[in-house]
Ligand binder design. Structure first.
Ligand code: ZN
Length: 308
């Protein structure tokens, strides 16, 4: 039986918008959830950030790309090629909008010996939220955003029930340790013709971790109902609110809109990210967002957020 994971971890690899900068890499994140490692977006330089923050490129299980603007996917051909150089054999699935297959197959045709593994590209389309990936305990859904080109957000949900031993009661029972092992698996224990019911010695604990990733979009309050009480919400915040018109013109959001979205969702924590390169510091942006939603933090390359 595999170990039950009680925390999920998000590492920001890059949170800068559009053009490269010395302060922030382009968008990429690693989400470690249950026994999976997900790469979300893959801007240029993602491989270097993975090395810097000590995350093995080899261990990535699935990749999710939001849209085909260069700052969100141009690191992908190189990263996929590196996996071939390492001789990866395990299948790798990449989700992304229509057009991704053509881009990757062009790289495959040009680069000799690539890939050494089964590469499955699944193109997403449509205008509805839908489930796209599932494991025993994880469900991932995609949902359309509004960014001038096809663009998707992703919602990750991890659900599992944990059986904990009631320590005092178990100790008083003087049952052997094997009994505790059976109880933890939800099984009764038999000894000397007597059956001990696991329910009497255990309590159930439900674990639910949710992460909502929303980047490169106009403010879409109408979709907030899908993500009520999400634990961690990443919402793009390309500009401060004095540039609201520019945000609308370029299909982006401001920090105030991100905070309003978080308020509608009642998110446990909002992370602002995808900052325009005009902002060297994000303190003012954070302060402005917090006037709307106190439970707000800012992304920074290398910063880690936990979901417990
Ligand atoms: Zn974009």
């Amino acid at each position: 039986m595999k170990n039950i994971s009680t925390e999920s971890k998000l590492t920001i690899l890059g949170c800068g918008a559009a053009v490269p900068s010395l302060i922030r890499y382009n968008t990429a994140q690693i989400l470690e959830m249950d026994d999976k490692i997900f790469l979300i977006d893959c801007g240029e330089g993602t491989q270097w950030q993975l090395i810097k923050y000590k995350i093995s490129v080899y261990k990535i299980d699935v990749i999710f790309i939001s849209h085909l603007h260069g700052d969100h996917f141009l690191g992908l051909p190189g990263l996929l090629n590196t996996l071939s150089l390492y001789g990866r054999k395990e299948k790798l699935t990449v989700f992304g909008p229509k057009g991704l297959k053509k881009i990757i197959s062009t790289s495959i045709n040009i680069i000799p010996g690539f890939p050494t593994y089964e590469l499955v590209i699944i193109e997403i389309s449509g205008n509805k939220k839908r489930n796209i990936y599932k494991t025993e305990n994880i469900q991932v859904s995609s949902f359309p955003l509004q960014h001038g080109i096809m663009c998707f957000g992703y919602h990750f949900e991890y659900k599992v029930s944990l059986i904990n031993i009631i320590k005092d009661k178990f100790e008083k029972s003087r049952l052997p340790l094997q009994a505790a092992q059976s109880f933890k698996l939800g099984k009764n224990f038999n000894i000397e013709n007597k059956v001990y019911n696991f329910k009497e010695y255990t309590i159930f604990k439900k674990i639910r971790h949710t992460y909502t990733y929303i980047t490169d979009t106009l403010f879409l309050p109408e979709i907030s109902t899908f993500f009520k009480n999400t634990k961690l919400l990443y919402h793009e915040s390309t500009y401060m609110n004095n540039l609201l018109d520019k945000a609308k013109m370029t299909y982006h959001s401001t920090c105030v809109q991100a905070a309003e979205f978080a308020k509608l969702c009642n998110a446990e924590l909002l992370i602002l990210g995808h900052f325009s390169s005009r902002y060297n510091e994000t303190e003012d942006m954070l302060a402005e967002a917090r006037t709307i939603y106190e439970k707000t933090d800012v992304a920074e390359d290398g910063k880690v957020f936990y979901i417990k």
